[in-house]
Design a protein around this ligand. Structure first.
Ligand code: 5GP
Length: 192
């Protein structure tokens, strides 16, 4: 998506450890007009999938998921982060290794907010090694719901998450795929 690529080029900065910082429009300050366009694009890509719920993980995925949900007219459920021992039995849980923090945490979703037969679209801001998306995928499966797709704002194509999800047969749509990045250049994958 050209609009997102241009925004990354003009406002993104590359940090050590393969981190792309997009705090000025996606992860801290939010560019709501851009987010609205991302939401609209996710709707175009998954419109035919009869989505009944959007699932994301706190905190950075929530804003994007909400903009998308306005087009799908479905609720957003965000997985909460916590420690396993504090999570009750009325929740679906998954362990996620955080790429940015280097530690594992538990994500959990109340059984009240994900139903058997739901058609779920997972949305997140970034895809790196795919741990967050795989954790959410497990939660969807544990609930007996159908994973209809994964929508990502920025995929880092030089990490394994995208490849792994595609190999699992997941319908994965990333609005911008960064193929390489250095201090002074960011290269995107051409659209399929
Ligand atoms: P994964 O689970 O795919 O390894 O990493 C995805 C999660 O880590 C996303 O939810 C995102 O919050 C965070 N993340 C991964 N890479 C980056 C990055 O380059 N920049 C930022 N801001 N967050 C990232």
């Amino acid at each position: 998506m050209k609009l997102l690529e241009e925004k990354i080029l003009s406002c993104g900065t590359v940090l050590s450890g393969n981190i792309l910082k997009v705090d000025s429009f996606l992860n801290h300050q939010l560019d709501v007009e851009l987010l609205n366009e991302l939401g609209k694009e996710f709707y175009r890509l998954f419109e035919s999938d009869k989505i009944t719920r959007i699932l994301t993980v706190e905190a950075s995925g929530i804003a994007i998921a909400c903009f998308a949900a306005q087009y799908f007219h479905v609720p957003v459920v965000f997985a909460k982060k916590g420690h396993h021992k504090n999570v009750g039995t009325d929740c679906y849980t998954a362990e996620v290794f955080s790429f940015t923090k280097g530690t594992s945490y538990t994500v959990f979703v109340s059984k009240k907010y994900l139903n058997e037969g739901d058609n779920v679209l997972i949305i997140d801001d970034f895809l790196a090694n795919g741990q967050a998306a795989l954790g959410l995928k497990k939660i969807v499966e544990d609930a007996g719901a159908n994973l209809k797709g994964v929508g990502i704002a920025i995929e880092k194509g030089f990490q394994d998450g995208g490849k792994n999800l595609r190999e699992l047969g997941v319908k994965l749509k990333s609005l911008a795929i960064v193929d390489s990045m250095t201090d002074d250049s960011i290269m995107f994958r051409e659209d399929d």
